[in-house]
Write a protein that binds this ligand. Structure first.
Ligand code: 5GP
Ligand code: ZN
Length: 121
């Protein structure tokens, strides 16, 4: 895809504003603009990676790092003790709308059970 048209690349480059929750040389974390839980933070790589399914062995370190940052962010947001969810929406059925890999860190309250569908909410 054309990275110059990527919303999250624009956020990484500071062309669009975001709340700075965490930042390092590999990734940034910021509040979701439309939170679905009391804590809803997105962790995204600085590098444009479109889909989890397109990642290769060379992304393993980055993917591991993103997960650890997810845990760090949950701790920072005060939701580590009571529990939280780290998730990736991959593709249409999962509702992926931004084509730049990102982890959702959800918490701060009791979450819906995992794997609910439109037919079985
Ligand atoms: P997806 O459904 O692709 O996994 O999630 C994309 C997420 O990005 C959604 O939860 C949506 O609310 C969030 N989002 C979309 N545009 C923006 C934006 O401009 N700023 C921020 N902070 N979040 C955004
Ligand atoms: Zn991007």
């Amino acid at each position: 895809m054309d990275k110059s048209k990527c919303l999250f690349c624009d956020i990484v480059q500071g062309k669009l504003p975001s709340t700075n929750i965490y930042s390092d040389d590999q990734c940034i974390a910021f509040n979701d603009i439309n939170p679905v839980a009391n804590v809803h933070v997105l962790v995204i790589p600085r590098e444009h990676v479109t889909y989890l399914t397109e990642t290769t062995k060379q992304h393993e370190k980055l993917l591991g790092h993103l997960m650890r940052v997810g845990a760090r962010v949950a701790n920072q947001m005060g939701t580590a003790e009571d529990g939280y969810r780290v998730t990736v929406n991959q593709g249409a059925n999962a509702g992926q709308i931004v084509d730049h890999l990102h982890l959702h860190v959800l918490g701060g309250e009791q979450l819906n059970s995992l794997g609910t569908t439109l037919e079985n909410p």
